[in-house]
Design a binder for this molecule. Structure first.
Ligand SMILES: [Zn+2]
Length: 323
């Protein structure tokens, strides 16, 4: 989950209401650095143009082929811009995160592979698990936060993240803000820290990295030199101020992430943009050390959230810091 303090400009307006009904605004080519009226004015993000787009039956998602056996399934039409990944081995597929439960994700996955698919989540915030219910095999953690989120959530729990102004276009006709909720799912197998999921010629290591949430993990695909980072790294505001977040744990986890830097070339984040350079791991570790230095510049908002800006990302932490 990314928070309500997005750097994207969210405009609460009646105009936003109209596009859920009839309007389909097109994306202007506004540079990301410019001040924009709507969050989607920066769309489409140029970095996705590097990858082959795969057309599917579901235009709520954009699907990109990152390599022979790796796909990104992206939701660019809702402001969280969540990204799921399908990793394919010779025997099985691994679907990493299942987005927000908008649109038919299973239909997309079925189009991309005939192999049996295992679902695993980088963490159990609703924008990463809400399509889990569609799949037969879900791996997860025997951990209180993860177990609680698997029970699902009623509409009001995440309504603050699902407002008309957070949508842009291509909204499925089956979707309704009034009835939206997060469906429960079963965890079929518990995974342990350090466990390897074998997809057939493609071992994927699950590494526990609490901080953003108590159940965050990275997935390390050494064969393809990729690390899937969920919400523990993407090139934008990183949310460490939730009641269930821990900056202290996150700082420690960035060291864990950095320990894999020689095994990977690219970071595959859970939001906004994909295939980020591994050099961000060092920058992220250094950023957490900088936050612990009182001399490091930051801004403080009225809710006690401190914003530390770094090159390519920023850290949002709550005062008092827990280190
Ligand atoms: Zn999250």
């Amino acid at each position: 989950m990314i928070g309500v303090k997005s750097l994207k400009t969210i405009v609460m307006c009646l105009y936003a209401m109209c596009f859920l009904v009839a309007c389909t605004p097109t994306a202007p080519s506004t540079p990301e650095s410019a001040v924009t009226e709507h969050w989607y004015d920066v769309m489409p993000r140029a970095s996705w143009g590097k990858y082959q787009q795969v057309k599917t039956s579901q235009n709520w998602f954009e699907v990109y082929q990152l390599s022979d056996n790796t796909y990104a399934i992206y939701e660019p039409f809702q402001w969280q811009e969540a990204i799921s990944y399908l990793l394919i081995g010779t025997d099985k597929g691994l679907l990493v995160d299942t987005l927000q439960g908008i649109g038919d994700l299973k239909a997309v996955v079925n189009q991309l592979t005939d192999l049996p698919v295992i679902v695993i989540n980088t963490h159990s915030h609703f924008d990463h698990i809400s399509g889990n219910y569609q799949f037969e095999t879900v791996y997860g953690f025997n951990q209180p936060f993860a177990l609680n989120n698997a029970k699902g959530h009623a509409n009001e729990v995440n309504a603050q993240y699902m407002t008309p102004d957070t949508f842009w276009k291509n909204i499925p006709s089956s979707f309704s803000l009034e009835t939206y909720h997060n469906k429960a799912y079963e965890i079929d197998k518990y995974v342990e820290d350090g466990e390897v999921i074998e997809l057939g010629g493609r071992p994927i290591k699950v590494v526990y990295i609490p901080g953003h949430s108590p159940d965050s993990v990275i997935l390390v695909d050494k064969t393809n030199r990729m690390m899937l980072t969920g919400d523990s790294f993407y090139p934008a505001s990183l949310y460490l101020y939730f009641d269930t977040s821990s900056f202290k744990d996150f700082a420690k986890s960035t060291q864990t992430m950095l320990s894999y830097q020689s095994d990977v070339d690219f970071l595959l984040p859970g939001h906004n943009e994909t295939m980020q350079p591994v050099s961000y791991l060092t920058k992220l570790r250094e950023a957490t050390l900088a936050v612990q230095n009182p001399e490091t510049p930051s801004t403080l908002d009225e809710e006690g959230v401190r914003n530390y800006q770094f090159e390519g990302f920023n850290l949002l932490v709550k005062e008092p810091l827990d280190f």
